[in-house]
Design a protein around this ligand. Structure first.
Ligand SMILES: [Zn+2]
Length: 419
């Protein structure tokens, strides 16, 4: 069996690994890197592509396969959200005036080629999917072939969040020959989630007491629904006082429909609600100018590069009564949010804006931290562990902690490992 790493090695972005036997060749994920349109150097001779979850660094190159009708395997929620995210990629290109190669029909083709299954049998190859936590619809992927067992984690977490349960370790296949493990936060340990949520509410309440605005930049998929639901629920239960609260992101709104439709794959409390993501306090707005201040605004883009979050960051940064809350763990060094946080300055249309608003990073991640990654390895006892989807330092930090349990390698791009 040949395992080849085509992307997502020693970095976060563009995940793609192929598993090849005498009879079948399967790609696990088919992603793009941040800022990339589609990746042109991924293999196109595969029998099937299994997508772990809808994030574009795992699914964004699927447009390449739209006209070849390659079989795609994954959960129904991943299919629906991926389709929206791919359509958004096409729309962004069009808005930027580039006449793109791909059209709406390509997205429809990918949906038609999608097999929603928890297990698939190919010649001498069995594929099984397991819930991974992380985001709606995310799955780990097991491949059994030639008497070998490989488990690819994709992105996962063991901890539960308000809307989604983490991976159930008991459900996963034990003692795989190979574990292909994400290592995004391989060197990071986090505070307990309940402590972080308390901190988040403290910051929001602080701004409310100052009659300030609160800006929460988020990604359109999962983080926006999770954040809106958390704030809505806290206002219903009285943990947060009633305050104007808005969500501004047409894409997030579109994706939220899938959260209502696929609520069965979310946490038990969510499943029991009729329409869990029809918020009572958080209202959708189309335009920034419709905000009634002071307010809490959840909006895209997640890093403050564009859209409502960029505009509000510039508008609200100079006022010390306001607060900006960053939920993401990773923020690109060149992003307005990072610069606002670390240098207390913003540059908008060539003008320098001093950031006086409180800028706080409270990392409410959907990824496993180091403690969770070690727990997974301790529980599964893999023979070999191949680390990907993490910077080299993160992978090395994790490697040191698990090398007494399993043999660990940190493959490079294009590297093939023979099992
Ligand atoms: Zn992800």
């Amino acid at each position: 069996m040949k395992i080849t790493f085509h992307g997502g090695t020693r970095e976060v972005g563009g995940s793609c690994v192929t598993v090849e036997t005498e009879y079948a060749k399967v790609a696990l994920d088919y992603g793009i890197s941040v800022g990339e349109k589609v990746s042109n150097n991924l293999p196109n001779d595969v029998d099937a592509i299994v997508i772990s979850h809808a994030h574009l660094d795992h699914s964004g190159s699927l447009l390449n396969t739209a006209r070849t009708k390659t079989v795609v395997i994954g959960s129904d929620a991943t299919r629906d959200v991926t389709a929206d995210l791919l359509q958004d990629l096409i729309d962004i290109q069009r808005r930027n005036g580039k006449k793109g190669f791909y059209v709406k029909e390509d997205v429809a083709n990918i949906k038609r080629s999608w097999w929603v299954r928890n297990s698939v049998a190919l010649p001498d190859t069995e594929i099984r999917l397991y819930s991974a936590g992380h985001v709606l619809g995310a799955r780990m992927i097991e491949i059994q072939a030639e008497g070998k067992k490989v488990l690819y984690t994709g992105d996962f977490c063991l901890h539960d969040t308000e809307i989604l349960q983490g991976t159930d370790l008991k459900s996963l296949p034990k003692e795989p020959d190979v574990l292909i493990l994400e290592s995004t936060y391989g060197g990071v340990t986090r505070l307990d989630r309940s402590v972080l949520i308390e901190k988040l509410f403290d910051k929001i309440i602080g701004a409310i007491e100052r009659k300030g605005n609160v800006l929460i930049p988020v990604f359109a998929f999962h983080r926006s629904q999770e954040t809106a639901k958390r704030i809505d629920q806290a206002m219903i239960e009285g943990q947060l006082p009633s305050y104007n609260a808005y969500m501004i992101s047409p894409l997030a709104r579109k994706i939220t429909h899938h959260f209502n439709r696929h609520k069965a794959s979310l946490s038990p409390e969510i499943r029991d609600q009729e329409e869990p993501f029809a918020y009572r306090h958080v209202k959708y707005l189309r335009k920034v100018r419709d905000i009634e201040e002071p307010a809490i605004v959840i909006c895209t883009s997640g890093f403050g590069h564009a859209g409502a979050s960029r505009r509000l960051l510039a508008d609200w940064a100079p006022d010390e009564d306001n607060a900006v809350i960053i939920n993401s763990g990773y923020i690109p060094p060149d992003s307005p949010l990072k610069i606002a946080k670390e240098k207390s300055v913003l540059v908008e249309n060539g003008n320098k804006i001093l950031v006086k608003a409180e800028v706080e990073q409270i990392e409410l991640s959907g990824h496993a931290d180091q403690t969770e990654l070690i727990r997974l390895v301790e529980s599964l006892k893999p023979q070999r562990t191949l680390l990907m989807h993490g910077g080299f330092e993160q992978a090395q930090a994790l490697s040191k902690k698990i090398c007494h349990i399993t043999s660990v390698e940190i493959p490079e791009k294009s590297e093939t490992i023979i099992i």
